[in-house]
Design a protein around this ligand. Structure first.
Ligand SMILES: *Cc1c(COP(=O)(O)O)cnc(C)c1O
Length: 401
């Protein structure tokens, strides 16, 4: 088989399971916030593989960490400690303010670990009737059956039931949360900014109210920081902006800078909830992924990437607001935090009407929901590349009927 783009696309269409909807492009290389396809065409990457490639592509520090670790030890399993994983756990606890870290391989697995931790915690206390989780409409928590039960969107759940044990209430509505509470509630689970649901930040005071409510009720607070965490919001965890410390945190996406790794973090009070044998993962915390995550966290602190995410976020918001002001009939709002920003189109427009032409103009972005263009560029991106992306968006919006 020839490796031309056309031949690769044809083979993909024949052999890959068709559960995605890719355009006929094959990417072969990246550098920072730029990508190249198999025909050598350059694209600007403003989505970073869904908020994952936080250091951009081919970052020297990450490449070196992975290569060096691959030459030493790639896999071991959790029968023994491995050096990068031990170092990573300590660094992750220090950065997040949490006490313990359990490692897995993805966001959905991190959520699964959170849910199992919470149930087993109450099981261990003899409170076996405390199992129910309150989650939110429009949320996204992953696609395994446990995480899917928590995901509050019909389009992901339909056809996979029965899914049980979760009550969904409107995001941001503390009264509805109070009504849904009961002695059987083990935890409240939420994203501090709903990502897939449309880049929707929680209203001011909501996280604090949930913290108080769970504490009073003897229930736990789980923060899904899979998309918002690891510095993207300008702080290590987005819930820090509200001064809230959850009991349990889920991380993944950006943690490995592109190498698959997820983590469940919790407080000391929960360290006995999952004793040996109750939960585990063959690949979880493997040396290769741990070395990658350690390199990401080192870059985050040494290169001041959280400060940078905050400053670049301000720059991007200002530029997007200018675009919104030029297209008031098409753009409703710009919202988000740091380098997680959403440009909300007005009713009657759909994100995909913009994303296609934008891709043809050489800019890659994703949608979050039907009407929201989601910006999740690498935290290392320059203002000039952000500017280039926003200018092209401006042109595409201008030519939209
Ligand atoms: C992406 C995402 C997940 C699922 O992560 P996967 O790595 O795709 O399993 C869970 N929660 C949130 C908030 C996410 O954005």
């Amino acid at each position: 088989m020839s490796n031309s783009q056309a031949a690769l696309v044809q083979s993909a269409q024949q052999h890959l399971y068709p559960n995605y909807r890719q355009p006929p492009l094959v990417f072969v290389r990246g550098d920072g916030a730029e990508l190249w396809d198999a025909e050598g065409r350059r694209y600007l990457d403003l989505f970073a593989g869904i908020a994952v490639s936080t250091l951009g592509h081919a970052h020297p520090r990450l490449v070196r960490a992975i290569s060096e670790q691959a030459g030493k030890l790639i896999h071991l399993s959790n029968y023994y400690y491995n050096e990068p994983n031990v170092l990573l756990a300590a660094k992750l606890c220090a950065l997040s303010g949490m006490d313990r870290a359990f490692f897995c391989n993805s966001g959905t697995e991190a959520i699964e670990a959170c849910l199992k931790l919470v149930r087993h915690h109450f099981f261990g206390k003899g409170e076996t009737n405390r199992y129910r989780v309150i989650a939110f409409e429009n949320s996204f928590h992953g696609r395994t059956l446990g995480a899917l039960a928590a995901t509050g969107q019909k389009k992901y759940q339909e056809g996979f039931g029965p899914l049980s044990g979760v009550t969904h209430v409107p995001y941001g509505n503390i009264e509805r949360v109070r009504e849904a509470m009961g002695d059987d509630v083990a935890a409240i689970l939420l994203e501090p900014i709903q990502g897939e649901g449309g880049v929707l930040p929680a209203p001011t005071g909501f996280l604090r109210a949930l913290r108080d409510l769970t504490t009073q009720a003897g229930a736990l607070l789980i923060m899904d920081e899979v998309q918002t965490g690891v510095g993207r919001s300008g702080r290590f965890l987005a819930c820090e902006h509200d001064g809230v410390r959850p009991d349990v945190v889920a991380l993944a996406k950006a943690l490995g800078g592109g190498v698959p790794i997820g983590a469940m973090l919790c407080t000391t009070a929960l360290e006995g909830a999952l004793p040996p044998g109750t939960h585990g993962s063959t690949f979880g915390g493997n040396p290769l992924a741990s070395a990658a995550a350690l390199a990401v966290l080192t870059a985050l602190t040494e290169d001041k990437l959280m400060e940078r995410a905050h400053a670049s976020g301000e720059f991007l918001t200002a530029r997007l607001n200018a675009v919104a002001a030029r297209h008031p009939k098409k753009v409703e709002q710009v919202r988000g935090r740091g380098l997680l920003q959403g440009l909300v189109l007005r009713e009657g427009y759909e994100a995909r009407q913009v994303l296609g032409p934008l891709k043809d103009a050489g800019v890659l972005l994703t949608a979050a929901g039907d009407r929201v263009l989601r910006f999740t560029p690498p935290l290392t991106i320059s203002e000039s590349l952000l500017d280039e992306g926003v200018s092209k968006l401006d042109q595409v919006l201008g030519s939209l009927a």
